[in-house]
Ligand binder design. Structure first.
Ligand SMILES: C[S@@+](CC[C@H](N)C(=O)[O-])C[C@H]1O[C@@H](n2cnc3c(N)ncnc32)[C@H](O)[C@@H]1O
Length: 195
């Protein structure tokens, strides 16, 4: 992978893990983004190369996502994990459809984050991509491609990127649907997001 010229920034160690080609290809082919698209932190362009006519930002190339203010139809990326919420919050202000490749715990470990997501919309689908190690990342957490959609208030469906999950038996790889508990749907209707 080409080494990018580093500009001064606040990147944490885990923020520079780049999407392997098979995962980038799968994310774009699976979610099929369309219309005006943005890769907000394109790195070396792993995901960008599968998007036709997408706009991009990359802090190390002088384009800061937080300076980007145009509305787009889809945002699709592997964001810097230390800034997961900041990236998701800004993405939600720009796009109705967002796909983030992230450690699954990032979505579920904070009630405040979940409430904010379900106030804005929901999660139509989570695609389990494998362990971090299976994607070449320096940790073993489960990694998912999460689809966040504005105004969505129904169940979360899931699937596995099976070809790269060799430890799992074939019948473990089927896709399915997780129903949101009623309590989540009720919370979703609440106007205020609190801790
Ligand atoms: C986890 S890497 C992933 C890169 C690329 N999206 C990919 O899929 O390979 C996160 C990237 O976010 C970039 N980044 C961090 N903060 C940013 C910001 N404010 N605006 C744009 N890019 C940023 C980093 O330089 C890094 O390249």
């Amino acid at each position: 992978m080409a080494q990018m010229q580093l500009l001064p920034n606040n990147l944490a160690d885990g923020d520079e893990v780049y999407t392997p080609d098979f995962a980038a290809k799968d994310m774009v082919e699976f979610f099929q983004p369309f219309g005006k698209m943005l890769e907000p932190c394109s790195g070396d362009g792993a995901i960008l190369k599968y998007l036709s006519n997408a706009d991009w930002c990359e802090i190390q190339k002088g384009k800061d996502f937080f300076q980007y203010t145009s509305k787009v139809d889809w945002i699709i990326t592997n964001p810097p994990y230390s800034q997961f919420w900041k990236f998701l919050e800004h993405s939600m202000s720009l796009a109705d459809n967002i796909v983030f490749l992230i450690p699954c715990y990032k979505v579920f470990n904070s009630v405040k984050t979940l409430k904010a997501i379900f106030k804005w919309g929901g999660i139509p689908h989570m695609r389990i991509m494998g362990t971090g190690n299976s994607l070449g990342f320096p940790y073993g957490y489960s990694i998912g491609a999460f689809y966040f959609k504005k105004g969505y208030s129904s169940s979360i469906s899931y699937s596995f990127l099976g070809a790269h999950l060799t430890p799992l038996a074939p019948d473990s790889l089927k896709a399915g649907v997780l129903s949101l508990p009623e309590s989540v749907k009720v919370e979703n209707a609440l106007p205020a997001v609190s801790g």
